[in-house]
Design a binder for this molecule. Structure first.
Ligand code: ZN
Length: 238
């Protein structure tokens, strides 16, 4: 039964790991609801639900952190879910061979964009490496648990940045990602234009990449994420 491929395994591993978690380890990044345990979650297949704010999560597990390409599910099924607005926040759980948790991150649903998904055979694939840090909220890594209030703040910020962006969400994520790759607080438009080939590869149907980049920078300015300093120069405010 090809249609079930990795989902059952991923789900089984996730359940196994989560059943062993300390009761106060997992909380809801939307409301910080606490305490939350697997018993207090409602399982529906591989989905969980916060009983405080009703927010839904979908657990996806991946083997080892190196695997940045995350298989989400069958492409046709994910496409249908986007069409019917049946998308939840993703809780991405990376585990090692000994089923130890290496990394636990949240990808808020507002950061999920169908046009940004890749395809591997029949599977829809998320390239985690191409998601900017605002769209990947780390809760736990290598034994270090992040402060809960920080996680809840990041979740709010992601919703502010991407929540009301409809058509160009993937573009906004891509431009943010490129700006992050520059690794500095101030940068020039010409530096972002160096990513044109990369963006062309990701969005082959778009002919005017430079105009799209400028448009996203305006959105980021309106959201007070960055400011325009002099002509063609920008400064990150966060
Ligand atoms: Zn909640």
């Amino acid at each position: 039964m090809e249609q079930h491929y990795s989902e059952i395994n991923a789900c089984g591993v996730a359940r196994g790991i989560m059943a062993d978690w300390p009761r106060d380890f997992l909380y809801c990044p939307k409301c910080g609801g606490f305490p939350v345990s697997t018993r207090e979650y409602v399982y529906t297949f591989h989905k969980l639900k916060c009983l405080t704010c009703d927010n839904g999560f979908e657990v996806i597990s991946q083997f080892e952190r190196e695997r940045e390409k995350l298989v989400w599910g069958e492409y046709w099924s994910i496409e249908h879910r986007f069409r019917t607005n049946d998308i939840y926040d993703l809780l991405v759980l990376a585990y090692s061979e000994t089923t130890r948790i290496i990394d636990l991150s949240f990808v808020p649903r507002v950061c999920l964009d169908f046009d940004s998904l890749g395809k591997n055979g029949v599977a829809a694939v998320i390239d985690l490496a191409a998601i900017p840090s605002q769209g990947k909220i780390n809760l736990y890594r290598d034994g270090l648990t992040r402060d809960k209030s920080e996680v809840v703040d990041c979740y709010k910020r992601a919703n502010f940045l991407f929540g009301d962006v409809k058509e160009s969400k993937g573009w906004l994520m891509d431009v943010l990602y490129c700006a992050e790759c520059l690794g500095k607080k101030e940068f020039a438009l010409s530096e972002l234009y160096k990513f044109v080939d990369y963006l062309k590869q990701r969005r082959p149907n778009n002919k005017n990449i430079e105009a799209k980049i400028r448009q996203q920078l305006q959105i980021l300015r309106d959201k007070k994420y960055l400011e325009f300093t002099t002509r063609g120069n920008y400064r990150l405010l966060r």
